[in-house]
Ligand binder design. Structure first.
Ligand code: AKG
Ligand code: FE2
Length: 332
C-alpha cells in the first residue's frame, strides 16, 4: 500500500502543510497553549524506598505521569539507542520502505505512518518504527532494522534495562495500591509473559507547527509506557483541564500510566492524556516502550480494591478485546 511519509513531505520544503494535517480549530496548538509555570513530578530512584513509593503514588494518582531520574541505566546505552534510531531514519527512503508495515492487514510491526480510516480523520506529523522487544517468544527479529548493524545488539541491551525498570515501577505502584506481595500488578499483567514493544517516533520539521500535531491527544492502551525523547521538546500532558509542557531532562525516563493500570487500580491511578507538538526547524524523536499484558489476559478492577464503598468503575475483559474496542473507537 502506497503511503506518503511525513519525512518525505518535510523534505519538499513547502511553505504550507497539506489540508489533511490541519487540525480542527480547538485542537490547534495556537489555540490550546500550555500553561506557564507548572512542572511535572520528577522522582529520583536513589532516595529512600518509602519516599520513592510515596512520590510515585502521588504522581500516578494526581498526574498519571512522572519523570524518573537516577534510574541506573547507563547514559552511554541511552546515547547508543538514540544513535541507532537516528541512523535508521537517515537511510535512503527505498531502504526504509522495505520495512513498511500494513496495519490494514494486521501487520503492525515495521516502518509506519498513520493512514486515515475516513474522510474527516486528520493525519499526524510523524513517522515511526514499531516492533515487539519482549518476551523472546513473540519477537520477530526479521522485522527489526538490519541497518545500522548494531541496532539489534543495542536494542537487546536496552530491553534488559526496560525489563528491570518495569519490574521496579510495577512493584512500587503495587505497594502504593497496598497489594500483597506476590499478587501485585506484574502478576496481573502476565508475569514473565509481559510484553514490551518499542516505538521509535520521528517528527520531521513542519512548516506550520501551529496548525498541526505530532501525535493527537490520546491515552496509551498499555499498562505503563517508558519514554525517552531527544533534546527537542514537544510532549504535553493534560492536567486539571490544561496542557502542561514537559521539559527535556537529559537521560530521564518519562513514565506514562496507561489504560490497563487505570483499570486494574479501579481509577486510583490515572491514564494520562497526552499529545506531542512539532516545530519548524528541528527533528524531534522519542523512543516509547509500551509495557502491556499478553492479549488473552483478563484485565479488570482488582478484587482487593473493591468493596461496598468502592464499586468497580470499569468492566473486565481481555486485553485483546480492549484493543479492538479502542482501535475501532467503540465504548469500553
Ligand atoms: O513523542 C512523544 O513524546 C509522545 C509519543 C506518544 O505519545 C506515543 O508514541 O504514544
Ligand atoms: Fe502516547
Amino acid at each position: 500500500m502506497e503511503v506518503v511519509r511525513v519525512q518525505t513531505l518535510s523534505s519538499f520544503e513547502e511553505k504550507e502543510i497539506p489540508e489533511k494535517f490541519i487540525r480542527p480549530l480547538n485542537e490547534r496548538p495556537e489555540n490550546s497553549k500550555a500553561i506557564e509555570g507548572v512542572t511535572v513530578p520528577v522522582v529520583s530512584l536513589t532516595q529512600p524506598h518509602a519516599s520513592v513509593v510515596k512520590e510515585i503514588d502521588t504522581a500516578a494518582t494526581e498526574w498519571g505521569f512522572f519523570v524518573i531520574i537516577d534510574h541506573g541505566i547507563p547514559t552511554e546505552l541511552i546515547q547508543r539507542l538514540k544513535e541507532v534510531g537516528e541512523m535508521f531514519f537517515k537511510l535512503p527512503q527505498i531502504e526504509k520502505e522495505s520495512y513498511a508495515n500494513d496495519p490494514t492487514v494486521g501487520r503492525f510491526e515495521g516502518y509506519g505512518t498513520k493512514m486515515t480510516k475516513n474522510r474527516e480523520e486528520k493525519l499526524e506529523w510523524i513517522d515511526y518504527f514499531f516492533h515487539v522487544m519482549a518476551p523472546l517468544s513473540k519477537v520477530h527479529h526479521e522485522f527489526w532494522p538490519k541497518n545500522p548493524s548494531s541496532y539489534r545488539e543495542v536494542t537487546e541491551e536496552y530491553n534488559k534495562e526496560m525489563l528491570k525498570i518495569t519490574d521496579k515501577i510495577l512493584e512500587v505502584l503495587s505497594e502504593g495500591l497496598g497489594l500483597s506481595k506476590g499478587k501485585g500488578l506484574k502478576n496481573c499483567l502476565g508475569e514473565d509473559e509481559i510484553e514490551l514493544e518499542m516505538k521509535i517516533n520521528m517528527y520531521p520539521p513542519c512548516p506550520q507547527p501551529e496548525l498541526a500535531l505530532g501525535v493527537e491527544p490520546h491515552t496509551d492502551m498499555s499498562a505503563i509506557t517508558i519514554l525517552i525523547p531527544n533534546q527537542v521538546s514537544g510532549l504535553q500532558i493534560w492536567k486539571d483541564n490544561k496542557w502542561v509542557a514537559v521539559d527535556y531532562i537529559p537521560n530521564a525516563l518519562y513514565i506514562h500510566i496507561g489504560d490497563q493500570i487505570e483499570v486494574l487500580s479501579n481509577g486510583k491511578y490515572k491514564s494520562v492524556l497526552h499529545r506531542s507538538l512539532v516545530n519548524k526547524k528541528e527533528t524531534r524523536m522519542s523512543w516509547a516502550v509500551f509495557c502491556a499484558p499478553p492479549h488473552q489476559t483478563m484485565i479488570g478492577p482488582l478484587p482487593e480494591l473493591i468493596d461496598e464503598h468502592n464499586l468497580p468503575k470499569f468492566s473486565t475483559k481481555t486485553y485483546a478485546e480492549y484493543r479492538h474496542r479502542k482501535f475501532n473507537k467503540l465504548p469500553q
